[in-house]
Design a protein around this ligand. Sequence first.
Ligand code: HEC
Length: 121
Amino acid sequence: MNDRITTFLLTPVIAAGLAGCSKSVTYADVEPVLQERCAECHTGDQEGVVASGFSVDSYETVMKGTKLGPVIVAGSSASSTLYRMVAGKTDPEIHMPHGKNPLSNEQVETIKVWIDQGAVK
Ligand code: HEC
């Protein structure tokens, strides 16, 4: 079978497996991703915090969002700026992490499922 068809057939299976997984995804699953990929610019008074107000210091600051308001809509990854930015669904200029390798598919999926399940702590 050709690779594109294999990918096409398997991607929904993997996504369904994660989404339908009985284990619920909480902030404890998401925090390591944010610490690894975002913290260098989005904690304390680092450049990302100064520029946008968005900080990954705690669950509360993540849920608070930017100076302009929330970037997570609990229950809807599709409406959540944070998910759209890391999933490459926004203008390339504001993809996060800035100027770095994108998150792995697994990291993006963890964030997606967490938001869709209600973005609980
Ligand atoms: C290399 C530094 C850097 C890294 C790493 C980084 N950011 Fe940012 N981030 C910025 C800067 C600078 C801004 C503000 C300017 C801009 O939006 O271009 C910003 C802005 C943002 C905003 C606000 C966007 C808006 O339009 O208001 C969000 C949300 C965000 N980042 C999330 C993240 C997430 C989530 C990660 C990790 C996956 C991440 N960032 C990693 C530097 C970074």
